[in-house]
Design a protein around this ligand. Structure first.
Ligand code: BGC
Length: 766
């Protein structure tokens, strides 16, 4: 809210009334139809073609981008004049300055502004945790950390700040949010998800979309088009390796994997990207039922569908559903993909030529081509690009501002999750001698993860200047304490896999003797997609050895996890006095951790996934089966290291009761009042989750499943009554006959220790 109102102030300062659209006057739909009717087949096909910046920037003899990056005007001319390319994506290989972006965008849009082109270019980028490819941009926690805040307002703010900074860089389209469900912790992109739960993921995802696109129907110059990805089931790969097949029964597709996408489509998300993998034997990019029937016809998606990287090509080269490149393009396009991220040169030329041929030969109908072009032009129009493809670059004074950094820090503060705190080990005591150790202690890259300045986020040379790592931030936060640093272990890449080695381990051992408490920051090197494939979830053993050595030296151990995915630590967990899950908190993560560890701030993050205890047993909190047997240590399988939703605080709020304020047992609607209080002398934040358990159903019901949540701030001594209202959709599941139904019978509504029983008198169908 605060940020929105500051935008209004800004608009007034810059001379427009906040109710007016400042300088976008988009053409109407009739203009779009006229435009389509005047376009040649070549021009229409060009609109469906997306190329990478690499295809049009200046390079040296070795093919490397020149620094500073510059558009090669001859290459651009060819792409636009000969192939009529409609979209460009990405960044060469590293973050660019605002002035580089300005010059790139000015060159790219010059032909349209000089009326040499009829349609403006749509530029897209992966600003997935803030504007990660613009120097000085604000970096938030990765999505998994954002989900751990359980605070939808923070998600909306992150979206809004990111969109603003995208626009400041001249970029109106963001390939975010990832709405894949995080149910395969081995997957290299687990950190890009909003966790394992469809309700948490949906609410946070929808809030991100609202932040990116704003609330209005048109997207103004401070907002950007969202791109929901990767539709659908990409995250569920059976092997855990990136882009390998998934098997998702229809019931779980409907109950678990669809909801976030469907809700975000209903929210008006303008674009959607397809899963590169294969689900139930069908590649995402050739799945007509999913793309055309479900998404476009049933859900009424109005925007356009973009392929993932080279995925038209992969139907031929990898998935082998198409015997030729031309067949591949026809297959994907006819399945319902509207734009092909081809994206390189000369592949894009082949794509355009083959598509034109396919249309001329009737293998792709003009109707289908027009449908794709109409969708793409609609999005360009919603973004105001026809009127103003280039932003007024001087109208973004808040780019990289302290105000934005504060928001990113707040997100980090509310995400970081306290998993263990024996004998009040935390907060740190300023009279203790503290050693900060481990590969993550002094690494900005490990705080940020992949998609930070470079694709894999490994290169240290582009890190944001002036940002403090954990060790530096702790020293700043506790200036009078004795805090020292010893790395102990370093991580590096070897033969494409992460490896580790001790560094100056004797210094670490000596330092152990001189200190009382050891903060050991462990985790993994940034990685994503194929380069992030791993064989085991076990945390690297050398990092564990730092814990064993510290415990053997009889020191207090605080373990800080900087994890893209939950790594197995069951053997060292008992050796740690406190454990903090930081996920990938971003540039502000060092400062946030220092405030939390020192006790200046309290923890309010809660796990957005079930933290596995064993490498070979992956389970989820909403496992099917009896409530009574679902206890750790008993003979059901459910025995995670920590449960979904788990997290401690220094000062926990309490839930004092839950009552129905209304209920209708025929309609399946009910409202709840949940009383919460803060018995402490400090302001606190608490997450209030509401779970449902269907006691008996035609398909084995979940032990319990989340149906809603709230995060609330309570002043010292404050009591509050929270209202929750539910309709019958909260009760529905896919029944044994494959239909959505709320089955009559008894449901338990659970909020911490409080339980209510709701009786549904008859079946309800949806
Ligand atoms: C990723 C997408 C990303 C795209 C563009 C692909 O490899 O799977 O998530 O948006 O590249 O960078």
């Amino acid at each position: 809210m605060k940020f929105l109102s500051s935008l209004a102030v800004l608009a007034v300062l810059l001379g427009f009334k906040s109710s007016e659209k400042p300088y976008f006057t988009a053409p109407n739909n009739a203009d779009i139809e006229t435009l389509i009717s005047q376009m040649s087949i070549e021009e229409k096909v060009g609109q469906t073609c997306q190329i990478t910046l690499d295809a049009i920037h200046k390079t040296n003899e070795k093919g490397e981008a020149l620094i500073p990056e510059e558009i090669d005007k001859a290459k651009l001319k060819e792409a636009l004049e000969t192939y009529h390319v409609g979209s460009v994506l990405n960044v060469g290989w590293h973050t660019l300055s605002l002035s580089e972006w300005k010059s790139i965008m000015t060159d790219i849009h010059a032909p349209y502004l000089q009326k040499e082109q009829n349609v403006p270019i749509l530029y897209g980028i992966d600003a997935i945790h803030g504007v990660n490819y613009t120097v000085g941009g604000t970096l938030f926690p990765q999505e998994i950390g954002l989900a751990a805040t359980w605070n939808t307002e923070l998600a909306r703010q992150m979206g809004e700040v990111t969109a603003y900074e995208c626009r400041a860089s001249g970029i109106p389209w963001n390939f975010s949010p990832v709405l894949d469900l995080g149910r395969q912790p081995l997957w290299s992109r687990h950190f890009e998800t909003l966790g394992e739960d469809p309700v948490l993921g949906t609410q946070m995802g929808v809030a991100l979309v609202e932040g990116y696109q704003g609330k209005g129907e048109n997207v103004d110059q401070y907002h950007a088009a969202a791109c929901l990805k990767h539709f659908v089931g990409y995250s569920a790969s059976f092997t855990g390796r990136d882009r390998t097949p998934a098997f998702i029964p229809e019931k779980y597709m409907q109950e678990l994997y669809f909801p976030a996408f469907k809700a975000a489509v209903e929210k008006g998300a303008l674009t959607l990207m397809i899963n590169s993998g294969v689900v139930n034997g069908i590649p995402g990019h050739s799945n007509y039922n999913l793309l055309t029937k479900t998404l476009k016809q049933d859900w009424g998606f109005k925007g356009f569908v973009v392929s993932d990287w080279e995925d038209f090509i992969m139907l031929h080269t990898v998935h082998r559903t198409a015997p030729s490149l031309s067949e591949a393009a026809i297959q994907a396009f006819n399945a319902g993909v509207d734009m092909s991220m081809v994206p390189s040169n000369p592949q894009y030329k082949t794509y355009c030529q083959e598509m034109v041929k396919a249309v001329k030969e009737g293998k792709i109908s003009m109707e289908r081509l027009d449908d794709a072009v109409r969708r793409i032009l609609y999005v360009k129009n919603q973004l105001g690009l026809f009127t103003n493809p280039l932003p007024q670059f001087d109208q973004y004074p808040l780019f990289g501002s302290e105000q934005f950094k504060k928001m990113a820090k707040q997100a980090a503060l509310e995400s970081i999750t306290l998993l263990k705190n024996d004998t009040q080990t935390l907060p740190l005591n300023s009279s203790q001698r503290i050693l900060v150790a481990g590969p993550g202690a002094a690494s900005l890259n490990m705080l940020n993860g992949a998609w930070t300045h470079t694709w894999q986020g490994l290169d240290t040379s582009f890190n944001t200047k002036g940002v403090l790592n954990i060790y530096q931030a702790l020293r700043q936060q506790m200036p009078y304490s004795n805090i020292s640093y010893a790395k102990g272990v370093e991580l590096f890449m070897e033969n494409d896999f992460e490896a580790s080695r001790f560094v100056d381990i004797n210094s670490y051992k000596k330092a152990l003797k001189k200190n009382d408490l050891i903060v050991i920051c462990v985790g993994e090197l940034p990685s994503t997609e194929k380069p992030g494939d791993i064989h085991s979830l076990q945390l690297d053993d050398k990092q564990k050895e730092l814990v064993r050595l510290a415990k053997a030296a009889k020191k207090k151990v605080v373990l800080v996890l900087l994890e893209a995915r939950p790594r197995i630590i069951n053997d060292i967990e008992p050796l740690c006095d406190a454990i903090v899950q930081a996920y990938l908190p971003g540039d502000q993560g060092g400062l946030a951790l220092a405030e939390l560890l020192s006790g200046k701030a309290d923890f309010s993050g809660r796990l957005p996934y079930t933290y596995p205890r064993y490498d070979g047993v992956i389970e989820f909190y909403d496992h099917p089966g009896s409530v009574a047997r679902a206890k750790s240590g008993q003979f059901t399988a459910y025995n995670p290291q920590w449960d979904f939703g788990f997290g401690l605080s220094y000062h926990a709020g309490s839930i004092n009761g839950m009552q129905f304020t209304a209920k209708d047992e025929n309609k399946g609607t009910f409202s709840l009042a949940i009383n919460v209080s803060n018995p402490h002398a400090q302001t606190i934040q608490m997450v209030v989750p509401v779970y449902l358990s269907d006691l008996y159903a035609s398909t084995t019901p979940e032990n319990k499943r989340l149906i809603d949540f709230n995060k609330v701030t309570l002043r010292p001594g404050e009591n509050k009554t929270l209202e929750f209202s539910f309709d019958a959709h909260s009760l529905k599941r896919i029944s044994a006959d494959g239909k959505w139904r709320a089955e009559k019978g008894t449901f338990e509504i659970i909020c911490e220790g409080n339980k209510l029983t709701f009786e549904l008198f008859g079946d309800l169908m949806f």
